[in-house]
Design a protein around this ligand. Structure first.
Ligand SMILES: Nc1ncnc2c1ncn2[C@@H]1O[C@H](COP(=O)(O)OP(=O)(O)OP(=O)(O)O)[C@@H](O)[C@H]1O
Ligand SMILES: [Mg+2]
Length: 308
């Protein structure tokens, strides 16, 4: 990464954030408006229950697309085995930031990341970092389910084999059970993945991400193409996966952020008046605090539906 560096603010609060990406399509289901109920960190707060380990640490992260600054000065730690929700209006850079976390911005012509970003304390953008290996360790699930045009089994086995993992029946079953899909597909593993419902396809995509044994799963609006029942199934799955994985999810659904995440990062768009326009991270904190008593007026306006 370049040498642009800004002060690190990590000690003052233990927030985090996340992002995502795929074709641009916003999902303005923000209509939840005021009175969003915060379930609190699902299955009880983890505060104090385990040591907080920082997985990612962003310090002064900027992203340009060509000459356009898209995201400016993001400082945020992301903690192990937590769900971090990235929220904010369309175009504020959530997907852009999410892609920084597994270097998939590298695959976008003209995209340039600067600032400091570490994964387990190591510079993710150092020349000796193998981005392909990094992407195995930091998997990604997109907005629209995108299974391969192959059988259910092949969707999982392919990545497992490529990564030198056994893809036998036991391994396939284990992965499908972990993705809460086994009971629905155990009798049709040879069927085309496209024959599954949208919600099942998305769980298959999550299974595919899990199959290569990542540590982190990035999800970019993973439920925006799903019905409410499938959405709840994915949320249940996320809570289970949190026991083992670090999850960063981008969502436009405030209720979802409040229901599933441990911490929330609110991104917004800054327009300094000189014609420029870029995303910033306005605030990040424990989800309960963000929804009950945010420090920043912009967060308050957004979560209560007063924004835009
Ligand atoms: N591949 C790209 N090439 C050029 N500009 C891009 C690209 N992807 C994103 N941008 C720009 O970067 C800014 C942030 O976009 P990004 O997709 O990260 O926002 P977002 O918060 O994920 O929005 P949404 O909620 O609509 O998905 C926007 O101004 C967008 O136009
Ligand atoms: Mg996006």
């Amino acid at each position: 990464m370049s040498d642009e560096r800004t002060a690190v603010t990590t000690d003052e609060d233990e927030a985090l954030a996340v992002t995502d990406q795929e074709p641009r399509q916003s999902d303005p289901r923000v209509g939840d408006g005021p009175g969003i109920s915060v379930a609190g960190p699902a299955q009880g707060s983890r505060d104090g229950a385990q040591q907080e380990t920082v997985v990612f640490e962003a310090s002064g992260v900027n992203v340009h697309y060509g000459t356009n600054l898209a995201l400016k000065g993001v400082d945020i730690p992301i903690y192990r085995r937590e769900i971090t929700a990235l929220i904010g209006p369309s175009g504020c850079g959530k997907s852009t930031f999410l892609r920084c976390l597994n270097r998939t911005n590298d695959l976008i012509p003209g995209a340039a990341v600067s600032g400091d970003l570490t994964f387990h304390g190591e510079d993710m953008y150092a020349p000796d970092i193998d981005a392909v290996d990094l992407r195995r360790r930091v998997g990604m699930v997109f907005q629209k389910p995108n299974p391969f045009p192959k059988s259910i089994r092949e969707n999982l086995a392919f990545g497992m084999k490529v990564n030198g993992l056994k893809a036998n029946d036991d391994a396939i079953e284990r992965v499908l059970r972990r993705a809460a899909l086994w009971d629905e597909v155990k009798d049709k593993l040879g069927d085309d993945a496209y024959a599954l419902s949208g919600g099942q396809q998305q769980r298959l995509c999550i299974a595919r991400a899990i199959a290569v044994e990542p540590e982190v799963i990035l999800m970019d609006e993973p439920c925006s193409a799903l019905d409410p029942i499938s959405t709840l199934a994915i949320e249940d799955l996320m809570r289970e996966l949190r026991e083992q994985y670090t999850i960063v999810i981008v969502t436009h659904n405030m209720q979802q952020a409040a229901r599933v995440s441990d911490r929330t990062a609110f991104f917004t768009v800054e327009q300094p008046g000189d014609g420029s326009r870029y995303g910033i991270l306005a605030e990040h904190d424990h989800t309960e605090k963000m929804f009950r008593a945010p420090e920043d007026q912009r967060t308050q306006d957004y979560i209560t539906g007063r924004f835009g």
